[in-house]
Design a protein around this ligand. Structure first.
Ligand SMILES: [Mn+2]
Length: 305
């Protein structure tokens, strides 16, 4: 079995608070591969996050950041998305399983584009999206103009704000998106969901049912319709005291025991070529606690040797 390929997304320009661009660099410097190895998981960085950091839209493009909604922000994010998509596609083409480490959630528009690039436009991709937020904005519907609120809007074809060159839009179909953990949804996103015919299941709805059974049934349906299932995990899908170093925490998120065993079962039952963990902001309080949680989470989701 090949080692898992870790791919960094060293961009936080999609978020309002700076710092998420340092998430993957923190994991690299703190020895994530060695930590995973201690859990029996073999993983290697497919590229050095510090190399991207020194790239044309690396550090210098982040400090200082232009205002949200400015073309310079979009240009920065677009560059990082393109690099991410190419890297994800290259690793998948070699038959490697990918873990993408962020970085703000705009990255989903690049990582999932990379899956389409590797599999071809005919392939049907399903996404399990663990997040407090549906990230279902278009540039027009977003009040804040934060690009990390738009990846799902772009992937579903609401507009082409975060569309990577070379992919066919829409990358995803609404029925192939499974949201888990939603509890902070904007009016504009509710409108967009309606226009797409999507039913947004809230955290409250999910908790009122049996979480494990409901998710397992939904994923079984998803697997029947899709060629591949990918997993996008925003740390704010979890309760803020579990993963505190994230830019937009929302009370009431998943406790690890509620969802990690379910996700772990899914990655064992189905081939999941891409897992991403996003919105780690190590400049916020609780960075080490959040990093330790990410290690535990990945140790549960990745195959041990
Ligand atoms: Mn979120």
């Amino acid at each position: 079995m090949n080692p898992v390929s870790l791919i960094p997304y060293v961009c936080g320009a999609g978020a309002s608070k700076p710092g998420a661009e340092l998430g993957a660099v923190y994991c690299y410097e703190q020895g994530l591969t060695e930590k995973l190895h201690a859990h029996g998981v073999s993983a290697v960085w497919a590229c050095d996050p510090e190399m991207h950091w020194n790239g044309p839209y690396g550090q210098t493009a982040h400090v200082p950041l232009t205002a949200l909604g400015t073309p310079e922000r979009l240009e920065t994010v677009a560059w990082h998305l393109h690099v991410l998509a190419e890297n994800v596609a290259a690793e998948l083409r070699q038959g490697n399983r990918v873990v993408a480490i962020g970085g703000d959630h705009s990255m989903a528009a690049g990582s999932i584009a990379g899956v389409q690039m590797a599999m071809g436009e005919e392939a049907t991709i399903g996404v399990i999206w663990v997040d407090a937020h549906p990230d279902l904005h278009s540039l027009q519907s977003s009040v804040s103009k934060s690009l990390h609120g738009m990846p799902m809007g772009s992937l579903l074809g609401l507009d082409d704000t975060l569309l990577v060159p070379g992919v066919t839009s829409p990358v995803l179909r609404p029925e192939n998106v499974l949201y888990l953990g939603l509890r902070d949804v904007d009016a504009g996103e509710i409108e967009n969901a309606k226009s797409l015919g999507m039913n947004l299941i809230s955290m409250e709805d999910l908790r009122s049912r049996n979480i494990a059974g409901t998710v397992q049934d939904a994923v079984m349906q998803l697997a029947m319709r899709c060629d591949q299932i990918v997993l996008s995990i925003d740390l704010d899908g979890f309760a803020p005291d579990i993963a505190p170093a994230t830019g937009t925490p929302v009370p009431g998120g998943f406790l690890p025991d509620e969802i990690i065993p379910v996700l772990s079962g899914i990655v064992r039952a189905y081939p999941v070529p891409l897992i991403e963990i996003v919105e780690f902001n190590p400049t916020l309080p609780g960075a080490d606690k959040t990093y330790q949680f990410m290690i535990d989470l990945l140790a549960e989701l990745l195959p041990a040797e």
